[in-house]
Design a protein around this ligand. Structure first.
Ligand SMILES: C[S@@+](CC[C@H](N)C(=O)[O-])C[C@H]1O[C@@H](n2cnc3c(N)ncnc32)[C@H](O)[C@@H]1O
Length: 205
């Protein structure tokens, strides 16, 4: 199992780099709408597999996926290190230390795993905030498979994690979640693969 993390040195350097991405977006409203339409399609492919209707979106930027979940009939909220201007869609927060109580959500949606500092810690946090038997809707970009640490030498990229195989990423969740592979969530570009993982109800370590 091979995951390649960017070497940030410390947590402050990680959050500083990750928080700075939004400032470089030239037209946030246009990006919001483009992402909303794209996410509506992708989240739609998860719907037949989701039991609950109370969702948390991790790394949700200004909230396109939260708006998509709401328009699909969910109660939804997002967290992001930098959500941009204040709104009722996303609150500031780190997905390694999720600012919600235990057992708060039926579903967690996560498409930003390529920005992780520690996947195991995130998996543990997701387990904590999910209700018993809650579900993680995990989307992984196929563009970042078969990459190694040299990828981080490219300028202008914000990813902090790449991997040899998509299965390597999913396997990191095994301790706290069980897996169901949905295959591609996007027919058009085959850019995203989706997994629905069910929270294990074993006591937390
Ligand atoms: C590629 S963007 C994806 C945004 C959104 N999910 C979408 O699909 O449009 C990744 C987001 O993750 C956020 N992020 C990075 N590290 C984070 C962390 N530790 N906790 C919360 N958000 C984080 C960034 O600020 C950025 O908005």
């Amino acid at each position: 199992m091979v995951l390649h993390y960017r070497d940030y040195g410390d947590y402050e350097a990680y959050t500083k780099h990750q928080s700075s991405k939004f400032k470089r977006v030239k037209n946030p409203d246009k990006l919001f709408t483009r992402q909303y339409n794209w996410l509506l399609e992708r989240i739609g492919s998860f719907l037949p597999f989701l039991d609950g209707r109370n969702a948390l979106c991790l790394g949700a930027r200004s909230g396109s996926e939260v708006a998509a979940f709401r328009d699909l009939g969910f109660k939804a909220i997002g967290i992001d290190l930098n959500p941009g201007k204040e709104s009722d869609l996303v609150i500031p927060g780190d997905f390694h230390d999720i600012p919600f109580e235990d057992g708060s959500f039926d579903v967690v949606y996560f498409n930003s795993i390529d920005h992780a500092l520690d996947v195991r810690k995130i998996s543990q946090e997701i387990h904590r905030v999910l209700v018993p038997n809650g579900q993680l809707a995990l989307e992984i970009s196929t563009k970042l498979s078969r990459r190694d640490a040299k990828y981080f030498e490219r300028s202008g990229i914000y990813e902090s994690l790449v991997w040899d195989k998509t299965e390597d990423v999913v396997a990191t969740f095994e301790e706290f979640q069980t897996e169901k592979d949905l295959g591609h969530t996007t027919k058009r570009k085959k850019e995203w693969v989706g997994f629905v993982l069910r929270a294990k109800n074993a006591p937390m370590v």
